[in-house]
Ligand binder design. Structure first.
Ligand SMILES: Nc1ncnc2c1ncn2[C@@H]1O[C@H](COP(=O)(O)OP(=O)(O)O)[C@@H](O)[C@H]1O
Ligand SMILES: [Mg+2]
Length: 331
């Protein structure tokens, strides 16, 4: 399978007052055509900054300071705004976490949908396509809904509209950044199933950002775990959940409800991710790690391949050799 997207040594910084936040710090990964690639990790570890860098939608105080984003063989990281606009939506679509902040509150759903359709379409064709799109994302009485304002819809409906907008121009790659996090649990499940069904039907590739390992286990083909702006483990979903080889990944698994695990104890990871303005020497996870040794506090570990397609960034990974992650049924 071809790689549809390659991120190479990506670095993204934010300027915060007179300090620099190294939000994405030398991140590389590749996404194969048709695959769902999970980007997981706690809040603040650089998942959104990675996605926004890919699609050129960083906040004003953010910038890509290094690396490449190669889409279908072409580096899109240095493209001008107008060039990037052609890629955005048409080639790469994006669904954000909070639809209320991305939908315009004073513009009717129908108008917002048609705005993302090709300009050359006639008004009537746009209307028909908008109705089709709403039906596709499971919105009944689509025709009436075109006249609705965002606040007249439930959270789940709004997120369905966002998905319809993201898919309007038929992107080949969808970036879904915590697309269900803001929704009620039952609705989360519906929206996620819808996304996966559409991905399949439309033959898209997808990056799914989530802090929910259970969701990742059920939907992704490949997983990269991020911590403090870096990838700390990467493997196929099966491999990473059966044989986690990074204490951080294992820690995330241990904070999941027991139905997914062999190990019965529910142990959240103590402490917080580090301050990205002033990273400690050595491994960024060391202060929270139960396997930490002297070397971990002194030398930053490299991301190394420890098995076929399995990478980890940890001096102590061999100590996890006897660890078995999530139970078969969860994957
Ligand atoms: N616009 C911004 N200005 C300053 N810092 C930011 C900005 N956006 C994100 N950050 C910081 O960058 C880091 C990564 O953020 P983010 O990519 O949003 O994490 P995640 O999506 O994994 O929760 C965090 O430390 C966050 O505080
Ligand atoms: Mg985020």
């Amino acid at each position: 399978m071809e790689d549809i997207l390659k991120v190479e040594n990506l670095k993204t910084d934010f300027i915060d007052g007179n300090q620099i936040v190294h939000a994405v710090n030398d991140v590389s990964f590749a996404i194969r055509e048709g695959e769902t690639f999970g980007l997981i990790g706690e809040s603040g570890c650089g998942k959104s900054a990675t996605c926004r860098s890919i699609i050129g939608l960083l906040k004003e105080n953010g910038r890509i300071s290094g690396g490449k984003v190669i889409y279908k063989g072409k580096d899109i990281s240095k493209m001008r705004f107008r060039e990037m606009q052609k890629i955005r939506g048409h080639e790469i679509g994006m669904v954000f976490q909070e639809p209320m902040t991305t939908l315009n509150p004073v513009v009717k759903i129908g108008v917002q949908l048609t705005e993302s359709l090709p300009e050359k379409m006639s008004k009537e064709d746009k209307r028909k396509r908008a109705i089709e799109l709403l039906k596709m994302v499971g919105i009944s009485d689509a025709q009436q809904r075109l006249q609705a304002y965002p606040h007249q819809l439930s959270g789940g409906m709004r997120q369905r509209v966002m998905i319809a907008i993201a898919l309007a121009a038929g992107p080949k790659l969808l970036l879904a950044d915590e697309p269900t996090t803001a929704l009620d649990v039952t609705i989360q499940d519906q929206v996620l199933k819808l996304l996966m069904k559409l991905k399949q039907e439309l033959g898209m590739s997808m990056i799914l950002v989530t802090h929910d390992l259970g969701v990742a286990a059920q939907t992704c083909d490949h997983i990269a775990v991020m911590y403090a702006g870096q990838i700390v483990e990467e493997a196929s979903v099966h491999e990473i959940f059966k044989r986690p080889r990074n204490p951080y990944t294992y820690g995330l698994m241990c904070s999941l409800p027991v139905k997914h695990r062999k190990d019965e104890k529910l142990v959240p990871i103590d402490g917080m991710p580090p301050n990205l303005k002033a990273l400690p020497k050595g491994c960024a996870f060391a202060p929270r790690c139960r396997y930490c040794e002297k070397i971990c506090l002194e030398t930053t570990p490299e991301l190394q391949e420890i098995g076929p397609g399995h990478k980890t960034r940890c001096h102590q990974w061999e100590k996890l050799k006897d660890v078995h992650g999530m139970v078969e049924g969860a994957i």
